[in-house]
Design a protein around this ligand. Structure first.
Ligand SMILES: [Zn+2]
Length: 289
């Protein structure tokens, strides 16, 4: 029985990675808006990878697709005003200690480290290997991709399942949660930019589309944010659940890496304006507004 399960999950795994590969290749030529084109969107990747989330008793409760909730079911309002930011060091950088579980392959590990390092290229966030600090991100392969919002205190799990989560954009997406960011389509001003079609949402999944009283840091709503879900996220009927307005045809949720606005937000939230932090930033990333 165990062997059977192992074989089955291996089979599932290989089919899934084949499909993902396939989808990524499609991104190059395709800019259509059909559900097939959306196969590689962040939300599709998260949905696929998170199909079994919550089935393990030691997994945290996961809401909004991939946000782990602390016990007590507090909502996922930005906690940044309540002290869940990571601390800024005297040199202007924000050092976020991390630990990566041994269960990842060398290749997976290097994808994850590349994702961690990408923050240092354009922000003052410096993910650094854990060295006895109290608070840190504990990167593990649990069932699915998920993260808490902001610093929780102590070691906090960021799950990047080996089955579908170890991709640059998902690594960045989950780390942005850990830094304090919510999904773009839950932003306080989202109704001016997208229409949510709850009638097409899988029953019981409506909470993923709840609006949150976010702090938007003076940054514009961004369809290209790595935190934006695709148009068919949690669809029950292959019809869109998120439609951009006023132009329903613009692409949404197709980021393959952090957008300039994502980067700008990190820089604003963590006040990365000291000399130590902006040296690596390209001029166009400062000119988004
Ligand atoms: Zn997410």
């Amino acid at each position: 029985m165990i062997l059977q399960t192992a074989v089955l999950s291996l089979l599932f795994c290989s089919i899934q990675s084949f499909r993902l590969q396939d989808s990524f290749e499609m991104t190059v030529e395709s800019s259509g808006n059909t559900i097939e084109d959306d196969d590689f969107s962040i939300s599709t990747l998260l949905e696929k990878a998170n199909a079994n989330v919550g089935k393990n008793l030691d997994d945290p409760l996961v809401m909004f697709g991939d946000i782990a909730m602390p016990t007590g079911l507090q909502n996922a309002d930005p906690c940044t005003a309540r002290g869940c930011l990571w601390q800024k060091a005297g040199d202007g950088n924000v050092y976020v200690p991390y630990r990566i579980s041994n269960e990842f392959s060398q290749r997976e590990r290097s994808t994850i480290i590349q994702g961690l390092r990408s923050f240092a290229q354009s922000t003052c966030i410096r993910f650094t290997p854990l060295n006895r600090q109290r608070d840190f991100v504990d990167i593990q392969s649990r069932s699915g991709c998920f993260s808490f919002i902001g610093r929780r205190g102590g070691g906090q799990v960021v799950s990047l399942s080996r089955q579908g989560c170890v991709f640059q954009q998902i690594v960045q997406h989950e780390l942005l949660h850990a830094l304090g960011f919510n999904h773009e389509q839950t932003r306080s001003d989202r109704d001016e930019h997208v229409r949510i079609l709850l009638q097409n949402v899988i029953p019981g999944m409506e909470h993923n589309f709840r609006r949150i009283d976010t702090i938007n840091l003076g940054t514009p709503y961004d369809y290209n944010s790595v935190m934006h879900y695709g148009r068919f996220a949690f669809s029950r009927n292959r019809e869109p659940t998120i439609i951009p307005i006023p132009d329903p045809n613009v692409a949404i949720g197709r980021a393959t890496e952090m957008s300039p606005t994502d980067i700008l937000r990190v820089n604003r939230l963590y006040r990365c304006n000291s000399t130590a932090s902006t040296s690596g930033m390209k001029p166009q990333q400062l000119d988004v507004l």
